[in-house]
Design a protein around this ligand. Sequence first.
Ligand SMILES: O=C(O)CCC(=O)C(=O)O
Length: 281
Amino acid sequence: MSPSLTPLETYLFDLRGYLILRGALCAAELRDLNSTLDTIPVTEAGQWHGWVHAHSYGGKDGTNFQQIYEAGSAFENLIDHPSWLEKVKALVGGQGTFDAAHGPLFIDENFANLRGPGEAIGLHSGGHTGGKRTQFRFHNGGFQCGQVNVLMALTDIGPGDGATMVIPGSHKANFPHPDFEKHRMKPDEVTSLNEVEGAIEVHLQAGDALVFVDAISHGSAKRINPGQRRIVVYRYGPSWGFFRHAYRPSPQLLQRLSPERRRIIWPHEHKLMPPNATGLA
Ligand SMILES: O=C(O)CCC(=O)C(=O)O
């Protein structure tokens, strides 16, 4: 057991596949994060705002601002935020081993998601998939998870707000949920996990963070209330991981980050290549 996780957190994460960190972000941080998002004028998928890219999976799942750590200091601070850094290190594990050869962690995707009425994301993931990248693993007395997500609420998320939904314990499932296909992520079809037996809504106050292993079956309820749900997700894995999408951090961001933060988004300091190499992006 790691000293950064309490005995109860260790027990609950193992049992359920997630933890809720109440008040992970303070009021000033929330204000800065939300006001930074307000300055991003793009509304359509495919548009760029500096190095931030508006993205969607093609359905009614809202807009993702990918590479949100490029949006300024409020989002840079989330890379190694003290409310979760040590806990995430303990959950990804491998500290002091070859897994952490190039740093404690690697963020393979980071985005803000803005979701309005009628929007949701369908059911995905689960222990039954056996995916290595997203796996839940416990070995030698410690967690060794492939991907641990920190999902931060920037708005209050209660009933009707389109809360994230999880099937507790499903990171260890050997079978897909019988209704998995019906509620799976699909473009152009909004499904809500509210009808999925065993799935629960995770209600959060602005500033709370949901920390979960990606292997847990998850998605969201459909938002039915007016207004907008705002979340940010940073996905952490071992230092040898690679980017989920084709985005890469900007040279400007890499230059201004502290060495500790830079290692979490760009574990290798230099590219090794022959001095006359050409044609490499
Ligand atoms: O939007 C949500 O509430 C769930 C996010 C999600 O599915 C994910 O991070 O993989």
